[in-house]
Write a protein that binds this ligand. Structure first.
Ligand code: MG
Length: 268
């Protein structure tokens, strides 16, 4: 169990690593830290984010496929938070100078209506509370040297959350079977990943419901109008200078971004 002072210290070290895009030692978290300790660190970072201009945009759910859970040794997903300042416009540029070793994945983003606070939230309630669903790209970027080595480290580091891109098209989640949505991602014009909504806890709506239940367990609500990234359709892939990624969702439309070590960020 981490002391409050140690939680604050780890949060500050991770925030500084992110700001300077300089990774920190893999030994930052204690060997005896538990998953709830890691969430204490993450929620300290969340409190800092809420106080910044722009503030909190929503949350993301990660480790949502059976294979990913088996790989990291958990039996439920893991969550992180999203900041408005990390949004990149559809078709825009992700500035590699502000990142360490980014990877990118395609997923569905839910945009929610009223505040959600329910320890018993299920997929039906999650869908009822969703305004619309849109294709998204998530860019993850661990703040540890050589990446996260366990789930405690990853959760403390806000699940490597770095940037996100939302597409322009909207799906009505009540009119579509989201488990049957398929998606394909291209890197520089060639297919690099393919997947379906069923890879995300069976249905991306289950991911939003899990998030609401889990936030409730920590005494947190999902704020009104949140963006929720529900989990990758396929494993994340590395991105380097000049790479252009386009994800095509059927149905759902496309979302794209380009990585650059030279161009300024947030240029559509
Ligand atoms: Mg993701």
């Amino acid at each position: 169990m981490l002391t409050p002072a140690r939680v604050a210290e780890i949060a500050d070290r991770l925030a500084a690593a992110r700001a300077a895009h300089t990774p920190v030692s893999r030994n930052l978290t204690c060997a005896d830290a538990a998953l709830d300790d890691a969430y204490s660190v993450q929620f300290a970072l969340l409190a800092q984010a809420r106080s910044r201009a722009g503030g909190l945009r929503g949350f993301k759910v990660g480790t949502t496929s059976t294979e990913a859970m088996r790989r990291v040794g958990v039996d439920e997903p893991l969550l992180g938070f999203l900041e408005h300042g990390d949004a990149v416009p559809d078709g825009g540029v992700v500035d590699l100078r502000a990142l360490i070793a980014p990877r990118i994945e395609m997923e569905l983003a839910f945009v929610t209506g009223p505040e959600l606070s329910s320890p018993g939230c299920d997929a039906r309630a999650a869908l009822a509370a969703t305004d619309y669903v849109t294709p998204a790209l998530e860019i993850i970027d661990s703040r540890y040297v050589s990446g996260p080595f366990d789930v405690v480290a990853a959760v403390a580091d806000n699940m490597s959350t770095a940037r996100h891109v939302l597409g322009g098209d909207r799906l009505d989640p009540r009119a579509e079977d989201l488990s049957a949505v398929s998606a394909m991602m291209e890197k520089n014009g060639a297919e690099i990943a393919r997947g379906a909504g069923s890879a995300v806890l069976g249905d991306p709506a289950n991911s939003l419901a899990w998030l609401v239940r889990t936030l409730a367990r920590f005494g947190l609500a999902l704020p009104a109008g949140s963006v929720v990234l529900t989990g990758g359709f396929a494993d994340a892939v590395p991105a380097v200078n000049g790479d252009r990624f386009v994800a095509r969702f059927t149905p759902g439309g496309t979302v794209a971004c380009t990585f650059s070590s030279f161009a300024s960020e947030r240029t559509a």
